[in-house]
Design a protein around this ligand. Sequence first.
Ligand code: ADP
Ligand code: MG
Length: 554
Amino acid sequence: MSTFRRELGLMAPYRWWIALGALLGFAAIGSGVGLMAMSAFLISKAALVTNVADVALAITAVRVLAISRAVFRYLERYTTHRATLRILTSLRVWFYRAIEPLAPARLAAYHSGDLLTRIVADIDALEDFYVRVLVPPVVAVLVTALGAVLLGAFSALLAIALLGFLALTGVALPLASRRLSREPARMLVATRADLGAMLVDEVRGVADLLALDEGERHRQRALAIGRELDRAGERLAAVRGLTTALTTLFTSLAGVTVLAIAIPLVTGGRLDGVFLALIPLAAMACFEAVAPLSLSVQLLDGTEKAAARLFELVDATPEVADPPEPAAPPAAHDVEVRGLRFRYGSAEPYALDGLDLAVPDGGSLALVGPSGSGKSTLVNLLLRFWDYREGEIRIGGRDLHDYEVEDVRRMLGVVSQQVHLFNATIRDNLAVADPDATDAQMEAACRMAQLHETILALPDGYETRVGENGVRLSGGERQRLAIARAILKDAPILVLDEATANLDVLTERRLLDSIGPFMAGRTTLVISHRASVAERVDGIVALDAGHVVARPGA
Ligand code: ADP
Ligand code: MG
């Protein structure tokens, strides 16, 4: 299906709003045409009659049309904008729903700035599709018909001349301007995405850039992309300026032409002179409807490009899918990994290569191994972020593929190696794990994570804002906050992935002591590159290059 057809499909639920908007637009411009015609008629007629009663009808008509034009214009703007805002809201929800299952495996291929541009600018661009692309042609056709009927009532030749100029302005000019603006419009969307991608990346890394004295070079790069954006914008503006000028020219020419046709009709006695002024003014008023068409056609390319970028993501198949008939969540939570092999891409080496391990329900196991041996990869597979096809992972006796993805994630309390903290208060960051947690529960979790005292020492306690990705906290504090989150989540399986790596030995020991009661009775997997955790767990497994190399004590 073409992008255009799919864009139309997205707007389908709003078709009645769109129809209403078009109808009101026609009523507004139609009133304008009528107003011009009646005013000209009124002035001409008033010069010829002596009794006001003879022009009473025309006066009333002018009054009604002047008011109705304003009222219809208001209603048209109101409906189209209201509909647009609703469309934008539903598009954002539609897009978010579509990309959520893609995270993180599929989205990893995209730049976060690029994603941001898609969510903000590309969806905003679709706004134009409705207001400026879909509605104007409908209004133009209706007004053209009105103008042709009106002038045709006096003479077919007048109608033909008007149609000719309307076609020139409403069809030929838009097509020509489309040819001229296609390339810059495409460039504008693409460059805007580049700039967004680059800026997001640089703002995030600004500290490193400054420290490495790379600030100036990146400033130059941003300037270069900015200039390219300017160039595309300028070329578009030049085309737009030209079409606006030509539209005005054609409007005036149409007025002059129909006047030139009408004068001989009057002198030849085939047309009452009182209608002479009405004809060019009514004809020119019709151009209000065709003038926006050049912009419609130009925007069509931009919106199609933006829509294509959205559809590209929406069409991506998620890495993991729910089974057609999911099993109910299990009662027991023993974890068993058998012959698990996994690689991130078909061209990449196996990150896990025949992994076997088992943690009994309520038992604990330490997984140790050097960096890059595949420990976090196992966590990614447990969380169903990536899918595995060789070997199996069983929880409660069934393979993870049998459960709904959300159910699997609900079973796991994971403290991952890379903790993400939101730029909000500590309380907000804790509430992510359990939105209904009471203050007492949060405090208890933080006590257990050896964090409560630290938080109290902060200027605003639990209301302290942690800054972008928690910059105001130390690495160890962030890890303890992540542990407090896992405690609040209270899931039956606990996975600590290098969760104490940033803590000194003493704090780590105190922490492991205090979360001991929490671990007890919970299936626990402790991942570490150091063996210091070994004394707290039932078993230990050493991993290297994706498979088990030793089971000390087994
Ligand atoms: P560990 O946690 O034991 O340090 P990882 O499981 O993070 O090791 O990494 C194992 C291997 O998989 C490494 O070679 C790493 O480069 C690769 N890897 C990890 N994450 C990804 C990813 N998202 N995409 C591609 N390769 C990855
Ligand atoms: Mg790791």
